[in-house]
Ligand binder design. Structure first.
Ligand code: B12
Ligand code: SF4
Length: 502
């Protein structure tokens, strides 16, 4: 495995041969608070904006000098200070500001105002297709100080945008560039702290009613050789927590040739890596698990969503719920047999009632041995009013009503007469706690989202400070510690155990 020198990398980002006049500052907008409970643990999540990193990688390949800085849960001013250290003030090129979700808009607004106060002539280009949608003018109303707002994917036009911003209209582009790009992690500020994402496919098109990728055509998987080459230039072996990449795709549908090819591509390069990906329960073939596990598949996120046939039909998740659930069972068994940890995602949907919830719980209980953890959320409606009206009307047919909007673009709903918005949050917490324990929660998060220097002791200390606000169980903490830390568990200080009380 190629051992990359991270100190050298960040030094070249700061001072290297790059003329600071050519610096392109790419900012991943952060959040002023978290989507879920605004507690310490949720604020530790370090979500990589790999769409932005993809754009920066294109710019670098064209000879420009981008740097990618994430706001995460830092203040806009702190992020601006970092950008200035990278040469923002001396640069003549525009700033790229990426909005990964509607929750990031308030942060972005503050950031733009601060930039404009300090550097009034600097242009700011804003993008992020999940927020801009088909209505850039709506976002412009919220961010009037932004110079240009760009809808859609942007690899094919980013160079033009950065080097000739004035001639561009505020119109949706017809271009698509739905190909995955290889990500250059050397452009990422504090890159060594991120668990890497490798993009292996875009699109999906499976028509689930709640999902924005429902009509985006699925692209072919990146070839095993291209994936292995990208991994080789990405992975660091540096004494921090092991790098365990996430292979990003909305729908992982490999065939036998791809699954076996991955193992061969890794063997040819002597790559040993534990990786994670996400799949539907009814499209990933259980018989591929042995070869995928042999090439390092360790965690599989499964969008089961529900085990109530009624709810599955309402979500348009499947037309044949019984078959769907059968396939899900088979896949879970295959995961367990091959040592792959299955994390199951559950969506509480419109029309939910005692019966539908009982069906889902009974199914999860029945498969408990094969499930490593469960993550539960109520459905949230995202989008501008023009985009969501029809969908909200559809949900109303199942008894759902609008509850409130915590910020523009986000609508929380009462799922039914029986389950209002607050109940849905409580239900989500109860189900999560029933199937997710603290140790496993840490392992799952640390595999992909916690910074690579955030160890289990830090987690336990954070957890103890805010006992009670978590979506996992803190019962059987001693066993959890043993599961995560093995025999050295007994060295974990006993006062950490006090938080078991919650
Ligand atoms: C993978 C994924 C994640 C990953 C990676 C996120 C990431 N930022 O890349 C993780 C797990 C970390 C994640 C986390 C969250 N996610 Co998410 N995620 C997705 C998913 C499945 C795919 C995203 C994707 O398409 N990436 C691929 C890249 C290539 O596309 P891209 O990021 O859009 O980037 C392209 C364009 O947008 C554009 N672009 C982007 N930035 C800029 C900037 C400029 C200047 C320009 C010109 C263009 C441009 O160019 C890029 C390259 O072509 C989607 C959609 C889905 N099917 O559910 C949800 C989705 C985007 N996530 C969502 C949410 C809500 C979240 C969270 C808030 C949830 C949470 N638990 O807190 C966090 C927020 C994370 C954060 N702060 O970044 C919502 C967003 C809803 C909304 N409209 O607000 C979505 C749509 C899912 C849903 N519920 O419907 N997510
Ligand atoms: S399978 Fe997943 S990514 Fe595809 S439309 Fe359904 S929820 Fe969205």
């Amino acid at each position: 495995m190629e051992g990359l020198n991270t100190k050298q990398r960040s030094k070249s980002l700061h001072t290297g041969s790059t003329d600071k006049m050519d610096r392109i500052t790419c900012i991943g907008a952060g959040q002023l608070s978290t989507k879920k409970a605004n507690n310490r643990l949720n604020r530790r999540n370090q979500y990589l904006n790999y769409g932005l990193l993809s754009l920066a990688s294109v710019l670098k390949r064209k000879g420009l000098a981008p740097v990618v800085i994430h706001g995460h849960f830092s203040s806009p001013s702190e992020t601006l200070t970092t950008a200035i250290a990278y040469g923002l003030a001396e640069s003549k090129l525009p700033i790229l500001l990426s909005l990964p979700s509607f929750y990031a808009v308030a942060w972005a607004k503050e950031f733009i105002l601060q930039v404009k106060a300090l550097l009034p002539s600097h242009k700011i280009i804003v993008g992020g297709r999940w927020v801009v949608g088909k209505f850039p003018e709506r976002l412009k109303e919220l961010l009037p100080e932004a110079d240009i707002i760009i809808p859609g994917l942007a690899e094919a036009r980013i160079v033009e945008l950065v080097t000739g911003t004035r001639s561009l209209p505020l119109q949706p582009s017809r271009e698509t560039s739905n190909q995955t790009s290889s990500l250059d992690y050397s452009l990422l500020h504090r890159r060594e702290y991120y668990q890497p994402s490798i993009e292996i496919a875009r699109g999906c098109g499976m028509k689930c009613s709640f999902c924005l990728e429902r009509d985006e055509k699925l692209q072919p998987l990146k070839s095993p050789d291209a994936l292995a080459d990208e991994l080789q230039s990405t992975l660091l072996d540096d004494g921090l927590i092991e790098m365990t990449p996430y292979f990003e795709t909305s729908m992982f549908v490999p065939n036998k040739h791809w699954s076996e090819g991955l193992g061969s591509a890794f063997d040819a390069r002597a790559i040993k890596v534990r990786w994670r990906t996400e799949a539907r329960v009814d499209t990933l073939k259980a018989e591929l698990l042995p070869s995928l596990a042999a090439s390092g598949l360790s965690i599989l996120d499964l969008g089961l969503e529900s085990a109530s046939p009624t709810q599955l039909l309402r979500m348009h998740k499947t037309q044949k719920p019984e078959k769907y659930l059968e396939k899900a069972s088979r896949l879970l068994v295959a995961c367990a047999e091959n040592g792959v940890k299955a994390k199951v995602n559950i969506l509480l949907y419109a029309g939910e009632n005692d019966e539908t919830i009982a069906q889902t719980l009974a199914w999860l209980d029945q498969h408990r041995e094969a499930i490593y953890g469960v993550s539960v959320s109520p459905v949230i409606v995202f989008g501008w009013p023009e985009e969501t009206e029809n969908y909200l009307n559809t949900l109303a047919r199942y008894g759902a009503t609008r509850d409130h909007s915590p910020c523009p673009g986000v609508t929380h709903i009462n799922l039914s007469e029986q389950v209002n918005y607050e109940d849905s949050l409580e239900l989500a917490r109860i189900i999560s706690k029933r199937f997710m324990r603290a140790g496993r929660y840490y392992k799952l998060k640390s595999f992909s989202y916690f910074p690579r220097d955030y160890c289990f002791e830090d987690f336990l200390a954070d957890m103890a400070q805010e006992a009670g606000s978590h979506s996992f169980s803190t019962a059987f903490l001693e066993e959890c510690i043993e599961e995560v830390m093995g025999q050295s568990a007994h060295t974990a200080s006993s006062d950490l155990m006090d938080c078991q009380a919650s």
